[in-house]
Design a protein around this ligand. Structure first.
Ligand SMILES: Nc1nc2c(ncn2[C@@H]2O[C@H](COP(=O)(O)OP(=O)(O)O)[C@@H](O)[C@H]2O)c(=O)[nH]1
Ligand SMILES: [Mg+2]
Length: 689
């Protein structure tokens, strides 16, 4: 495939703005599908998962391909709802450009800002699509204003809408200065309507200026002659878009296919091909030296897996992008991230869940392969002789944990197999067994995420579980200092046990973690037992002392002790240190720390007072408020434990019109009375077992 003709494009934005519908219209317009699917009917190409069809929202990043005017478009549809938006990172990591979709009523929303930042991290050229312009109260110019105010970047309209709300019928193309209108799905090219001529002229000037500014000669020519030609303007705009100095804004109604063809033209004309994106950089895993790989089919292979789909029937599918070299069916590759060899069976192009077999794939292409044994999302596949590791994909840490219980006794093994499979395809899903409470904990990005996991477990893996109330990931620390002796001595018949330590316990600043200082002089404890003391301390910290939560922000100094020639052992010193810490910890004014979240609530302005009052009642601290038209965004910091029931509370407070997002911020001390309750609950639980 001609690399200059490839465009890899990620569709990103807040949930429900029409990304999946837009991708569906593109596939249909290009003839990749024979009928136009609809999100509401569960018939789109990229929302193929049963949970997506049921909920009518995208939960996963999905890919599809189509051909347009001799170009190959790989479209990557990403989820936009808070709990699932992290998956968009995978899509953006391998894309050459992003289409940021916003709603023509809501404008910039919480996740719009988030994906905008993701796209900045990867330095992606982008276009903003104002979609759903056919709806009542939709407003292109008001939305444009909200974009310009809240997103960093030079946003310049490349089109103007023709008609509004249900009368929205097409766009003025400000480059060709033509009117494109749609009737019954067919596009018509005509003259600009008289009532739009004036504003079209003035917006074209702004677009010309913005494009020309990246090129001094062109700007000089424009200022002198007062205009520049279409060809020159396109070339200048392309440079500006690729450099990120201009972000074109266009208008669409995806579900009516209005504006789709001009978006396709823009993707082909303004967005970079993988050849334009140039060399990719990685690291040689053996020498750690930087390595560069050109997008050349003859270069050594290097590809990045950006999505994994795991299915009990089909097995594991790895979706990847090739950066250099050629990958062939029936070959062997090296996973440089895991130091393992993988057999490549059949290769394919992927469209939703459907594979089209291909013999080989070259640079810039996106493909799929089944049944790799060790490979996970973020891994680099390459030639074993010339290994390289590309930077992976950073996924956020889970924000919330629930304990789960099997509905049928003896299903524990089935559950852990299911969770393992699901974690392969979802890097934001974590699980672990807590030996202290004997509970299996499942952690995810939010309540909806964990609920979807439970449903999926039932549908795909045929095992039913119930969710217990979420477990707040408290931590333990101390506020004071203590010096204690930890001594373990046992004499029973034969060889005894002897370990004796003196520990100084001190707090570190918040986030300080753990510090172990060896301050033993004169051999009070032999060198070889010092690591045993540290291990005893660490293990004890992991288990927790006050209420079974991990201990953090602690400095331990081992400053004295004694030993016995025969009876001292590694184990004896571990136990001695652990006993010392347990005693000293309780003397050093222990306390619990609770996670505090950054919360942003958006809702109707008239309800802002209620929202703020409620957040205060949840021990929240309001940190900012931004009115934006008749909508207000309230930012606050609120303890996680107070936010567990927020979803339904907000719904009833705002009549369903409010939305919120939250992510972990930091840890703070849990107030005494609340801490006592947590400790009491822990003791009660422990007595049961
Ligand atoms: N009126 C109207 N509805 C649209 C348009 N585009 C999408 N929708 C609807 O908006 C909802 C969300 O669309 P979807 O494509 O799932 O959004 P996504 O979450 O961004 O992928 C669905 O009910 C679509 O039918 C549009 O241009 N006009
Ligand atoms: Mg979607």
């Amino acid at each position: 495939m001609d690399i200059a003709k490839i465009r890899n494009v990620a569709f990103v934005g807040h949930g429900g703005v029409g990304k999946t519908s837009l991708v569906e219209s593109i596939l249909f317009a290009c003839g990749a599908t024979t009928r136009l699917g609809r999100v509401d009917d569960g018939t789109t190409t990229t929302d193929f998962d049963a949970d997506e069809i049921k909920r009518k929202i995208s939960l996963n990043t999905a890919t599809a391909f189509c051909d347009y005017k001799g170009h190959r478009l790989n479209v990557i549809d990403t989820p936009g709802y808070g709990d699932f938006v992290a998956d968009a990172r995978g899509g953006l990591r391998v894309a050459g450009a992003a289409v940021v979709v916003v709603d023509a009523i809501a404008g910039v929303q919480v996740q719009t800002e988030k994906v905008w930042k993701f796209a900045n991290e990867y330095g992606l050229p982008r276009v903003v699509v104002i979609n759903r312009l056919d709806r009542e109260r939709a407003d292109f110019f008001r939305t444009l204003e909200s974009l310009q105010k809240r997103l960093k970047g030079r946003l310049v309209p490349m089109q103007l809408p023709i008609g509004s709300e249900s009368g929205f019928s097409g766009v003025v193309d400000l480059i060709a200065m033509r009117a494109l209108t749609w009737a019954d799905g067919k596009m018509k090219d005509g003259d600009i309507p008289a009532d739009l001529a004036e504003s079209a002229k003035s917006y074209r000037e702004r677009l010309t200026e913005a494009s020309a500014e990246t090129d001094d000669d062109l700007l000089a020519k424009y200022l002198e002659e007062g205009s520049i030609g279409e060809e020159e303007m396109l070339a200048a705009l392309r440079r500006a878009v690729m450099a990120g100095s201009v972000v074109p804004v266009i208008a669409t109604a995806a579900s009516r296919s209005i504006g789709v063809a001009p978006l396709l033209d823009l993707i082909v004309k303004e967005f970079p091909s993988p050849a334009d994106s140039g060399e990719t950089e990685g690291v040689d895993p053996r020498t750690k030296a930087p390595v560069k790989r050109a997008p050349d089919p003859k270069a050594p292979l290097c590809a990045l897996v950006f999505k994994t789909i795991s299915d009990p029937h089909v097995g594991k599918l790895s979706i990847f992008r090739i950066y250099s070299g050629t990958l062939r069916s029936d070959s062997q590759v090296y996973n440089a991230s895991r130091d393992s060899r993988e057999r490549i069976g059949h290769l394919g192009w992927l469209s939703g869940k459907t594979q089209k077999p291909v013999e080989s794939l070259g640079p810039g292409e996106i493909g799929v392969v089944a049944k790799l044994k060790d490979t996970l999302t973020g891994d680099t596949l390459c030639d074993e002789g010339q290994p390289v590791v590309l930077s992976g994909i950073v996924f956020p840490e889970p924000a919330i944990s629930f304990a789960i219980q099997p509905k049928t006794r003896g299903d524990e093994d089935k559950i852990s197999t299911a969770l393992q499979r699901m974690a392969e395809e979802d890097p934001t899903l974590h699980h672990h067994y807590d030996p202290e409470t004997k509970q299996l904990l499942v952690s995810g990005m939010g309540q909806l995420h964990v609920e979807v996991v439970v449903e999926r477990m039932k549908r795909k893996y045929n095992v039913e579980v119930s969710l217990l109330p979420p477990r707040i990931p408290y931590k333990e620390t101390v506020k004071g200092r203590a010096e204690v002796q930890g001594k373990y001595k046992k004499q029973t018949g034969g060889r005894g046990q002897y370990g004796d330590t003196w520990l100084r316990i001190e707090p570190l600043t918040r986030g300080g973690g753990f510090e172990f200082v060896d301050d033993i002089f004169g051999g009070a404890i032999p060198r070889n037992f010092i690591p045993s003391v540290e291990k005893g301390v660490r293990d004890c910290m992991k288990r927790g002392i006050l209420a079974g939560y991990p201990v953090v922000d602690l400095k331990i100094t081992l400053y004295d002790g004694s030993y016995h020639d025969v009876d001292s052992s590694d184990m004896a010193f571990q136990i001695a240190a652990s006993m010392g810490l347990q005693k000293g910890f309780m003397e050093a004014r222990p306390c619990l720390l609770e996670p505090v979240m950054n919360v942003e609530v958006t809702g109707p302005a008239e309800g802002a007072g209620d929202v703020i009052g409620d957040l205060n009642g949840r021990r929240g601290r309001i940190v900012g408020m931004e009115p934006d038209g008749d909508v207000v965004a309230v930012r606050a910091q609120v303890p996680m434990s107070e936010m567990l029931t927020y979803e339904s509370a907000l719904r009833s407070m705002t009549g369903g019109r409010g939305g919120y997002s939250m992510e972990f911020s930091h840890y703070e001390e849990l107030p005494g009375q609340l801490a006592e309750k947590v400790v009491a609950a822990y003791r009660a639980e422990k007595e049961k077992h």
